[in-house]
Ligand binder design. Structure first.
Ligand SMILES: Cc1cc2nc3c(=O)[nH]c(=O)nc-3n(C[C@H](O)[C@H](O)[C@H](O)COP(=O)(O)OP(=O)(O)OC[C@H]3O[C@@H](n4cnc5c(N)ncnc54)[C@H](O)[C@@H]3O)c2cc1C
Length: 436
């Protein structure tokens, strides 16, 4: 096979661009193939166009914020962490700043600056970036066929790989050959940006297991009409618990939003990964809102009593204005079986108790998630058990590397997904050269 010093990278997202940069820094001749008409289309819309590059959290905290196989990333995060990412961009002329929750953004607040800096660096390192180049196939050879002498064959016998990657084929029939192929084609969300799950389809053909791909960081749909009627209402400092078949499996504290189809906002997005998985198993999924998480039942009852004394001659819908946003009062009263026009002084102790229970635990039925195309990330993908966590090389196909969201890796919002993509890309880029 010719071109033995060449690394082929498929997909010019953050993982692929970082892989290409690292391979080129190590002296390899690198070809980066991108099927869209420009690199980094998804990156341009990250962080609402501001690109939340990474998070300043400690390594263990980074891993905790990547519920989809964060521990797999330990080695590559150790080799290339959030400080390396910030230094990398500073060196490229993109200084960063830290915002609420440790989120790191470019000082310019422009995702385009981040993408442009990476593209410029690719050019400076002599990487051949080819756009409108849709890869359709990973080319492989049997390991026996690729050995040129007896010694090499003997070494290969020790190896678990039965095939070796030798290049890629494009939709237009062109072929590119190299000693290593790095697949960084992303997940399945926002397909208009180019990520349509191609990498996981090739992985299956090459014998890899792919964990079912489901939406994560995605809004949830509800059956309850009252939820949809609250469209546009945002709540702060609430706790949402996720229940599967009546059992609480997770909860989150923070902000959420009512929409025309159900619920969204930070805490809902964080719970959505597990909701999608439970729904996929055919389970009954609910969300319970604690509207007053800072108060115990007793404290809340005492608070209601105080408000009821103050507003004893009013209708109850007007007696709760100090406690809840106006639009939320009727749905809460409805869940507590209280008519909104009941005079406050007629509410019994039991009814007040029931009202407190509803305020601590307002249920809604989750009927589904929004489609994967609307998800911020994809959970599932190429099974990490068949990937070397230090090098990102496939344990099945020699010279084949995976990096980024095409793998079964996904994190919460806060810069964790891009950090994961950069760390995996750096590992794959370095080791595609060092392993050769
Ligand atoms: C709206 C939105 C906002 C986000 N905001 C943030 C944020 O602020 N911070 C954060 O950490 N994460 C954020 N994310 C998640 C983050 O963007 C992704 O996790 C990250 O882009 C994954 O990087 P990747 O390189 O693996 O894949 P991608 O960025 O998806 O790149 C894959 C590339 O491969 C190309 N490709 C695919 N198939 C082929 C093929 N057959 N041939 C050639 N090329 C191919 C695609 O065109 C694409 O350019 C956001 C995601 C979305 C959708």
């Amino acid at each position: 096979m010719e071109n033995v010093d060449k690394v082929i990278v498929v997909g010019a997202g953050p993982a692929g661009m970082m892989a290409a940069i690292k391979a080129a820094e190590n002296g390899a001749e690198v070809v980066l193939l991108e099927k869209m008409n420009r690199p980094g289309k998804k990156m341009l819309i990250t962080g609402k166009g501001r690109c939340n590059i990474t998070n300043v959290a400690e390594k263990q905290e980074l891993i905790r914020n990547i519920p989809g196989n964060g521990k797999f990333l330990y080695s590559c995060l150790k080799a290339y962490d959030n400080e390396d990412v910030q230094l990398f961009f500073l060196t490229l002329g993109v200084p960063t700043k830290v915002e609420r929750g440790g989120r790191v953004f470019p000082v310019s607040d422009k995702a385009a600056d981040v993408v442009d800096a990476m593209v410029l660096q690719l050019h400076e390192l002599g990487v051949k970036l080819i756009t409108d180049a849709r890869v359709t196939e990973i080319l492989t050879e049997d390991m026996e066929a690729s050995g040129s002498d007896g010694l090499e064959k003997a070494v290969q016998k020790e190896d678990s790989h039965s095939q070796r990657a030798v290049g890629v084929k494009l939709a237009d029939g062109r072929e590119y050959q190299g000693h290593s192929v790095i697949v960084a084609t992303g997940g399945m969300s926002y397909p208009g940006t180019g990520s349509t799950g191609d990498g996981s389809r090739w992985a299956v053909r090459l014998g890899h297991r792919v964990v079912k791909q489901l939406p994560a960081l995605v809004p949830l749909e509800t059956e309850d009409e009252w939820v949809k009627e609250l469209q546009g209402l945002a709540l702060k400092n609430v706790r949402a618990a996720l229940l599967s078949e009546g059992e609480k499996i997770s909860d989150m504290f923070g902000e959420m939003l009512f929409t025309h189809f159900g619920v969204s906002g930070p805490i809902v997005l964080s719970l959505s990964r597990q909701a999608a998985q439970e729904l996929d198993k055919g389970r009954f999924v609910e969300l319970e809102l604690d509207l007053k998480p800072a108060l115990t039942m007793e404290q809340l009852d005492a608070r209601l009593l105080r408000d009821f004394e103050k507003y004893q001659n009013k209708e109850i819908k007007n007696g709760m204005r100090d406690l809840l946003p106006g639009r939320l009062i009727e749905p809460v009263l409805d869940a507590a079986y209280l008519k909104p026009d009941r005079p406050v002084h007629t509410i019994t102790r039991e009814e007040r108790r029931k009202l407190a229970e509803v305020l601590k635990c307002l249920p809604m039925i989750i009927s589904g998630t929004r489609p994967i195309a609307e998800a911020i990330v994809t959970a599932g993908g190429v099974d990490v058990k068949e990937i070397d966590p230090k090098t990102m090389e496939s344990k099945l196909v020699k010279g084949l590397y995976f990096a980024g969201e095409t793998l079964d890796i996904d994190g919460y919002t806060g810069g964790y997904n891009l950090q994961a993509a950069f760390s995996m890309g750096a590992a794959a880029g370095n080791w595609s050269v060092w392993n050769n």
